[in-house]
Design a protein around this ligand. Structure first.
Ligand SMILES: Nc1ncnc2c1ncn2[C@@H]1O[C@H](COP(=O)(O)OP(=O)(O)OP(=O)(O)O)[C@@H](O)[C@H]1O
Ligand SMILES: [Mg+2]
Length: 382
């Protein structure tokens, strides 16, 4: 038998866990690097290295036992990965793409340089905000984002133009100022590129956000858009990812404007919350697809088998501690409801503890069932 491929994953969260759940263990073994052993991926990996994702030596230790390396989180020591790639290590996606994505300013600049439609923006230091040419921003609201370090809506603030004109910025240091896109429909397309440069995308999903936490609370596929918008969304998503010139799996977050324009918001260079429904909903899931890419296999079929919805299970407000799902027996007996818990020990407000996928034969039934799950399924203290 051939030697098994040794895969290294930087990060031990739920994305890594689901990648491991779809691993072909006849073909590969997996090592996870994570700071705490109490993490979702630990029970599923063959080897575990305890260490900080920002520690060069820890990343080098992972590289020493891996033939190919990937990550499941962006906030990692990318410079070490750049060095390792120069030394000949296979890293998917290419680390320079992660380095660019870590800086929302560089990412937006890449979009404009490659003729990818995106909301108008400026890069400026928060202290210089009053020197911004505000005539470029006709809306009353303007979006301000920290260039680095943001996630799950942290580092994003929708501001009033007049506040910014008076010098009131919610962040310090380098920021991205962006046109507020009104009445937007948020879509996402997962794009996969194999090691030979072949690429494909999954049918788009449509998302709803919880206004308080700014987390995606509900998403479904197919998105409620016409065929032209669907085709255009996937075309733009594949266009931006192929411009990266790297293998990998990427989530492309899109805005569909009131006028029907499709704008690229941002890219995640890894499996994404907006692709969780692909586990039950698609012929090949986003995780199986990434495993195929890492193992240098041909890409799988991305077709949607039936309408699917995904609901995040997040920690309730005002509660920190151990938890369980209320009425678990009832939910386990629902044949159209698939519960994925991430095995996190402690609930914290808005922490992603798991997700649920709901499938149905038609769209009306799907939304009705998903609404029901969203309303009735509860995380409670245990
Ligand atoms: N230009 C914009 N116009 C309107 N709404 C926006 C704009 N930019 C961001 N938003 C809203 O804020 C949310 C979070 O923004 P963004 O995706 O850039 O930040 P993030 O923290 O990196 O995201 P994530 O939640 O994907 O980790 C978007 O999904 C959208 O709802
Ligand atoms: Mg986002």
């Amino acid at each position: 038998m051939n030697q098994k491929l040794r895969v290294g994953i930087i990060g031990g969260g739920q994305l890594g866990m689901m990648l491991l759940q779809e691993a072909d263990l006849n073909a590969a073994t997996y090592t996870v690097l994570e700071a705490s052993e109490d993490c979702p991926s630990k029970p599923y990996c063959q080897n575990f290295i305890k260490g900080s994702l920002n520690d060069a030596q820890a990343i080098r230790n992972l590289a020493a036992v891996s033939d190919v390396i990937t990550w499941e989180i962006e906030h990692i020591d990318v410079d070490t990965l750049v060095e390792l790639e120069k030394e000949g290590k296979t890293i998917i996606p290419k680390p320079l793409i992660l380095k660019m994505i870590q800086d929302k300013g560089a990412q937006k600049t890449f979009f404009t340089e490659n003729n990818i439609p995106t909301a108008a923006f400026d890069l400026i230091d928060a202290a210089d905000i009053q020197s911004l040419d505000f005539s470029r921003y006709p809306q009353e609201k303007i979006v301000v984002k920290t260039r680095t370090g943001g996630y799950d809506g942290k580092g994003v603030s929708i501001c009033l133009k007049q506040d910014l004109q008076q010098g009131n910025v919610p962040f310090e240091g380098p920021i991205l100022v962006e046109e507020f896109v009104e009445d937007v429909l948020e879509l996402a397309v997962i794009v996969a590129v194999d090691q030979n440069g072949n690429h494909t995308s999954f049918p788009s999903i449509e998302m709803y956000f919880n206004e308080k936490s700014n987390l995606v609370e509900f998403l479904f596929s197919p998105a409620k858009v016409n065929e032209t918008v669907e085709a255009k969304s996937r075309e733009i998503a594949e266009q931006v990812i192929t411009a990266f010139q790297t293998p990998g799996l990427f989530a492309v977050e899109l805005f569909l404007t009131h006028e029907g324009q499709i704008l690229v918001n941002e890219i995640a260079p890894r499996p994404h919350n907006s692709g969780h429904h692909t586990i039950e909903g698609c012929v090949t899931s986003q995780f199986a697809q990434l495993n195929r890419i890492l193992l240098n296999k041909p890409l799988g079929d991305t077709s949607l088998k039936q309408p699917s919805a995904m609901i995040n299970l997040v920690g309730p407000e005002n509660f920190v501690g151990t938890y369980e799902l209320d009425n678990l027996n009832y939910w386990n007996n629902q044949k159209d409801v698939f519960i994925h818990m991430y095995g996190k020990t402690e609930s914290r407000p808005n922490r992603k503890l798991g997700h649920v996928t709901v499938i149905a034969d038609n769209f009306e039934k799907l939304l009705e069932r998903a609404e029901f799950v969203k309303e009735e399924m509860k995380v409670i203290p245990s």
